[in-house]
Design a protein around this ligand. Sequence first.
Ligand SMILES: Cc1cc2nc3c(=O)[nH]c(=O)nc-3n(C[C@H](O)[C@H](O)[C@H](O)COP(=O)(O)OP(=O)(O)OC[C@H]3O[C@@H](n4cnc5c(N)ncnc54)[C@H](O)[C@@H]3O)c2cc1C
Length: 498
Amino acid sequence: MKPIKKIVIAGGGTSGWLAASILSHQFSREQLEIELVESEQIGTIGVGESTIPPFVGLINNLGINEKDFIKSVHGTFKVGIEFPDWSNKGDSYFHPFGSLGIKFGVHEFYQAWLKAKYEGNDSELQSFSPCNVMAKSNKFFPPQQAKNSPLSGASYALHVDASLVAKYLNQYCNDKGVVRTEGKIVHVQNHEDGRISSLKLDSGKEITGDFFIDCTGFSALLIEKNMGIEYEDWLDYLPCDKAVAVQTKCSGEALPYTVSTARDHGWSWRIPLQHRVGNGYVYSSKHCSDEEAKKQLLEFIDGEPITEPVVIPFKAGIRKSIWNKNCLSLGLSSGFIEPLEATAIHLVQRSIDLFLKYYPDQECEPTHIEEYNRRMRMDYEEIRDFIVLHYCLTNREDTEFWKHCKTMDIPQGLKERIELFKSHGNLREGIDELFRAPSWQSVFEGMNVRPQKYCPRVNNLDSEMINKVLNEAKESIQKVVDQLPTHQEFLDKNCKAN
Ligand SMILES: Cc1cc2nc3c(=O)[nH]c(=O)nc-3n(C[C@H](O)[C@H](O)[C@H](O)COP(=O)(O)OP(=O)(O)OC[C@H]3O[C@@H](n4cnc5c(N)ncnc54)[C@H](O)[C@@H]3O)c2cc1C
């Protein structure tokens, strides 16, 4: 066994610094030397500010004080995403984090609710989600501090300032002995067998290592430019290929959720931070010019712009081998799915976790690499299909973009999932999928897709009893939420930005 003695990370965006943080937390300085190269001249993509709940788990697992982190990155709490105008213009739904519903013995909550609904109960599905009820009232309280209450099933993520996260993690890594080197990589050198041996910087400096992590963003300097690993694009399923982003001053209290509004040629995001708001318009360049997108974005926003709008081209897809020989690609260099459900940073986290599971020695056995690539592809495809679901269920036909989304071909697995759900409300769930039943049910219901029938087994439950339990559950969530502080009050009291 020849253990890896040194890992070189190329790139210091969110993925580079997250990789360095997780690895330096796992291995002592003596076990593993870590060097990160980044170029201030090139900079980072500067977006990527909405996260999902596993990110909070990661911060805690790294031993970082959550409140201190939120203060430093000017963060806010996020309990889900609001989706206006996706099904029809004027409609809106919420995809909450955490639980949706209460226990009905051996029966699924959703099926009991469906039966009640078909028998005339008027409760909204989302009134059984503590996160949705908090969002609607603009309230927030950490569920871990509300054990044994209807709030305990809630969950949360964070909105963060991406550049402050990189800065924070840079300091974290510095304390753990990670070496940061400033410079532009101008050449990648290989061993005879194709493995990478070193990176050459514009200063002439050469950085050698046993293993390399490509975090160079869309330029994919190591995995693509050097190793020639191709990119598989998913534009047929995800037609948006550009975004324009602009930051604005805060207008009013920070909301505890992201807003992702369907627009004429795509959708726009609104991510509230403590000191500013991040906004963007994700669009299809086939249907909308950059100028038109910029113009529309400036019309949507509700605060004064503090940056110039920046256009960011991208291509949805996945690297054919995310890991090749002694090079792992991470973040934007490994693949990209548009940020509708804010999954990219999570995929970075997931990629490193899985890398640690299959952690190699210097030989980098192909069997490990193949299994890793297979697992990561499953994750990417699962997320892709969940994102496509948001588009393909639309009823909108008011623009060419939405007509296309309504009729476009979708992945076979997704077709099957939709058909399965439409008949009896069943879901096909994998073993370790990211989006579980509450997520799928929220999007289906939000997009006005309700099963034709409920599962007949639920007829074992007495209708009156179901109604009683539903009414009590709804009231008890609302009652607890009514007593909570507003999101802004909670932030000001506990994690006001430094
Ligand atoms: C429009 C848009 C919105 C997004 N929104 C979200 C979101 O809400 N939530 C989410 O989870 N994700 C989101 N993402 C994805 C998220 O931005 C990325 O996953 C995350 O920022 C990681 O990027 P990265 O570190 O891979 O790349 P980058 O940030 O591009 O970093 C690349 C690094 O490589 C360095 N580099 C490149 N070339 C060289 C060179 N030659 N020499 C030296 N250094 C070099 C750069 O200097 C930089 O440090 C979004 C992405 C886009 C495009």
